[in-house]
Every structure is written in structure tokens, then in C-alpha cells.
Design a protein around this ligand. Structure first.
Ligand code: F6P
Length: 325
């Protein structure tokens, strides 16, 4: 949506689960804003902090030395209060008090819905997709996903060393909420024997049959990647142990997937998206989210973006299955 006039004072916040590269996006918003003579305010602790008025002016120095850091300098939170009309009214009051006309929200789809509510009350908003899950429609990649899969790959490679030495079966559970992207990409890159994801029904009998076939042709160890959206890795490991009598070990990678220094890909993506968000606000855009489509950044209406079907790369998943035959 085009509101026709530019903004002079903008805010930036991070919301929901943190993701590596969020700091690079904050840095880009602040520096691009300052470059164009805007006043930029950092809002701490997401929408919860906005309600409490936790905001401070940021300058070039406030974002020095953060491009390489995981997490978010502005802290993050999931706010129940912001979901209520009273909470949102407080947030709007805080923005009006400081004279913030435009807001950049870095987070996931829940955070974008929140931004949309603000945009209905006169605050111009732009969303930047930041989550390790890669589960936001309208963008090929979210900030943090690339770093997370590189972290998972590092873990798979290490687990494979010990799996080979002990000739064991390993189940590795990875994050992703209801999306199987982390499991699929890291499973393909890590040569996992089976990858269980919520986007595709799996038959435990077939998983076991594949493991037995491997054993028959002399394969002494296996790695099975389980996306958390499918269920608990522990349960799947126990089932394999019961059915086969083999020694099985289970590793739940957990929150280590959310930390660490962002990869080059995430730093560049975050820098581009942060700068583009400022351009969108400067040219009077409102209620949009940014997506990466191919090599290009696009701005989509929040409703349009969130109603799009998220495209899971099924052919790539099938390829992973073929290559691990
Ligand atoms: O959305 C990011 C994510 O790490 C998911 O992959 C996971 O399901 C969830 O957040 C974990 O949330 P929390 O940090 O609240 O345990």
C-alpha cells in the first residue's frame, strides 16, 4: 500500500524467536536510515517492550561491531498483551509520544500480523522475515535459516564420526516448528539415510526396511533426521531400537541451532532487507513484508504474503531420498 508521504522518524524491533542475522538487519535499518537523515529508534524486547515504552535513539555507533553477532541486540519477546486491543492501544500511544511514524518489524508471521494491526492505526509498517524455520510464505529464504542449517551440518558431520566408529544408528531431531526445511536441507547436505518431515507422510516400516537394506549391503551406521514437526526424536529412536534390537542414540540439537555468528548469506540478506525496509518507508509504503524471490527483493502486502501457499521444495526432498538409497 502506498501512503504517499515519507517518514522522518522510524523505529525498529525484533520479535518472536531470535535468528542469526537479526543484528545485521538492525544495523542496516539504522545506518540506511541515518544515511538518509532519518531519526532511528531501537525498541527493546519486541512488542512487549514497545508497550512499556522501552526505546532509545540509535546512531551509527550503536550498531558498530554487531554484524557478526548472533542473537539480537534489541532483545526479543513474545507478547500476549500485544494481542489484546488494550495492549495495542498502549503500543500506539508509545509510538505517538515519541513521534515514530514508521516501524520495521523483524520476525515471523505472528510478528507481521501484529505489525498489520499497528498499520491499521496509522503507523506505517514493514516486515522483515527473520526466523531459522524458513516457514514464511512469499520469500525463498528467511534471515537465520542458512546459519541454522550450517550449524546442523556441523553437528551431523561430528555425529557421523562417532556413528561410524561405533557402528550405531543415530536419530537427530532438529527445529523448524511445523516446517521441514531445516531437516530437509541439512539432511540432504549431510547425507542422512532418512529425513522425516511434516510436509510428507512417512511410513515407519519403510524407514526400517531402508535401514535393514543398508545393513545387508554392509552399511554399519545410519543417520536419521527428524524435524520437530513430525514428533519427538526420542520416540522414533526408541521405536527403531525395539523393532531392530540395534544400539540407537538420539541427539536433540535444540537451541544451539538458533545461535552463532551468521553466515555470509544471512549477513548479506539481512543487510539488503534492512536497507530496503528503510527505502520502502521513505517512499511512503505501508503494511508490507519483504521477500526474496530469486535474487530480487520484493514488497508484498501482509495479507497477500501470508495467504500465499508456502512452497516446500518437494523435488529436492525426493532427490535426498534417491541419493540416500
Ligand atoms: O521459530 C523458531 C523456533 O526455534 C522453532 O524452530 C522452535 O519450535 C521454537 O522457536 C522454539 O521456541 P522457544 O525458544 O520458545 O523454545
Amino acid at each position: 500500500m502506498d501512503t504517499g508521504h515519507a517518514v522522518r522518524r522510524i523505529g525498529v524491533l525484533t520479535s518472536g524467536g531470535d535468528a542469526p542475522g537479526m543484528n545485521a538487519a538492525i544495523r542496516a535499518v539504522v545506518r540506511k536510515g541515518v544515511f538518509h537523515g532519518l531519526e532511528v529508534f531501537g525498541i527493546q524486547h519486541g512488542y512487549a517492550g514497545l508497550i512499556r515504552g522501552e526505546m532509545a535513539r540509535m546512531d551509527l555507533n550503536s550498531v558498530a561491531d554487531i554484524i557478526q553477532r548472533g542473537g539480537t541486540k534489541l532483545f526479543t519477546a513474545r507478547s500476549e498483551e500485544f494481542k489484546t486491543p488494550a495492549g495495542r492501544a498502549k503500543a500506539i500511544e508509545q509510538l505517538q509520544k515519541v513521534g515514530i511514524e514508521g516501524l520495521v518489524v523483524i520476525g515471523g508471521d505472528g510478528s507481521f500480523r501484529g505489525a498489520q494491526e499497528l498499520s491499521h492505526h496509522g503507523v506505517r509498517t514493514v516486515g522483515i522475515p527473520g526466523t531459522i524455520d524458513n516457514d514464511i510464505p512469499g520469500t525463498d529464504y528467511t534471515i537465520g535459516f542458512d546459519t541454522a542449517v550450517n550449524t546442523v551440518i556441523d553437528a551431523i558431520d561430528k555425529i557421523r564420526d562417532t556413528a561410524t566408529s561405533h557402528e550405531r544408528t543415530y536419530v537427530i531431531e532438529v527445529m523448524g516448528r511445523n516446517a521441514g526445511d531445516i531437516a530437509m536441507i541439512s539432511g540432504l547436505a549431510g547425507g542422512a539415510e532418512s529425513i522425516l518431515i511434516p510436509e510428507s507422510h512417512f511410513d515407519m516400516e519403510l524407514v526400517l526396511e531402508k535401514l535393514r537394506r543398508g545393513l545387508e549391503r554392509g552399511k554399519r551406521h545410519s543417520i536419521i533426521l527428524v524435524a520437530e514437526g513430525v514428533g519427538k526424536g526420542m520416540k522414533i529412536g526408541e521405536r527403531i531400537r525395539q523393532e531392530t534390537g540395534w544400539e540407537v542414540r538420539v541427539t536433540v540439537l535444540g537451541h544451539l541451532q538458533r545461535g552463532g555468528s551468521p553466515t555470509v548469506f544471512d549477513r548479506v540478506l539481512a543487510s539488503r532487507m534492512g536497507a530496503y525496509a528503510v527505502d520502502l518507508l521513505r517512499t511512503g509504503k505501508n503494511n508490507v513484508v519483504i521477500g526474496l524471490q530469486g535474487k530480487k527483493l520484493v514488497a508484498l502486502g501482509v495479507d497477500e504474503a501470508l495467504s500465499m501457499k508456502r512452497e516446500f521444495d518437494m523435488p529436492l526432498y525426493e532427490l535426498a531420498g534417491i541419493l540416500s538409497i
